[in-house]
Ligand binder design. Structure first.
Ligand code: ADE
Length: 257
């Protein structure tokens, strides 16, 4: 059964004016902040005390905001995973009222599905692989499959590869995850995407997801080492694709994408 599509946007189908980019890692955001010439603004748009960071500016006539979860207040690392991503996305939608969200970042890729290092995928569908629940009616809720907003013209203009994204809160995976990732028909695996899709669906905001491959999930290589070795290369590949996507989106309505 096909997963439910993102709800129709309640916004009129007018040219897209404000785009919100949600990015988990500073290292993924940095090349885009530089290329789009965005500036970190000190305007207090987020609740007091959160470590979240916002960069804003105009690019190709679009109002562009990049938000990241900043640095974890206890551990000092970038707050990856579904909880910070959901909270940041929910609050950013309330405050910035975007016409469109783009979630971009790194992901593991499945070579059995043709993924290679530094490929950038346009995500067609998201699902979770670590929310197991055998109680009747809860299995499908746990998987939480959602179709992404359809953007066929963007895919063909940028000649993008497409695939299903599977999300879980761990960088590695256990055998139970493998079964569900396979059932999800996943091409790429990340730690935020399905949660961001849940929030976008909840608040009826169109969502595009672009994921760049830093490591191969179905290979014996150590994921952490492969990720760190390819992070910069892939972050720049994501930057080039997102910049081109914004150029394409400029002046267009959702129905033109
Ligand atoms: N981000 C980059 N590589 C990943 C992987 N293998 N799993 C989850 N998130 C990732």
């Amino acid at each position: 059964m096909a997963p439910p599509a993102l709800k129709e946007s309640p916004l009129p189908d007018t040219p897209i004016s404000t785009v919100l980019l949600v990015i988990a890692l500073h290292a993924e955001a940095a090349p885009l902040v530089a290329d789009l010439r965005l500036t970190q603004d000190s305007q207090a748009v987020f609740p007091e005390g959160v470590p979240w960071v916002k960069y804003s500016g105009t690019y190709e006539g679009l109002n562009v905001h990049i938000v990241t979860p900043g640095k974890d207040g206890i551990h000092g690392c970038d707050p990856v995973g579904t909880v910070p991503a959901s909270l940041l996305t929910f609050n950013s939608i309330q405050v910035l009222k975007p016409d469109l969200i783009i979630n971009c970042g790194t992901a593991g890729g499945f070579q059995a599905k043709g993924a290679a290092i530094a490929d950038v995928y346009l995500i067609s569908e998201t699902a979770f692989h670590d929310r197991r629940n055998s109680i009747p009616g809860y299995r499908e809720y746990g998987v939480g499959a959602l179709e992404a907003t359809p953007v066929p013209k963007l895919i063909s203009a940028l000649q993008l590869k497409t695939g299903v994204l599977t999300t879980g809160d761990s960088l590695d995976h256990v055998p139970e995850d493998v079964v569900i990732m396979k059932a999800n028909d996943a091409t790429v695996k990340d730690m935020e995407g399905a949660a961001i899709a849940y929030v976008a669906h909840l608040l009826s905001v169109p969502l595009i997801m672009l994921k760049g491959v830093t490591d191969i999930v179905d290979s014996p290589a150590a994921t952490d080492e492969e990720f760190l070795a390819n992070l910069s290369l892939t972050a720049h590949a994501i930057q080039r694709t997102v910049s081109k996507a914004l150029q394409f989106i400029s002046g267009k309505k959702l129905s033109d994408l």
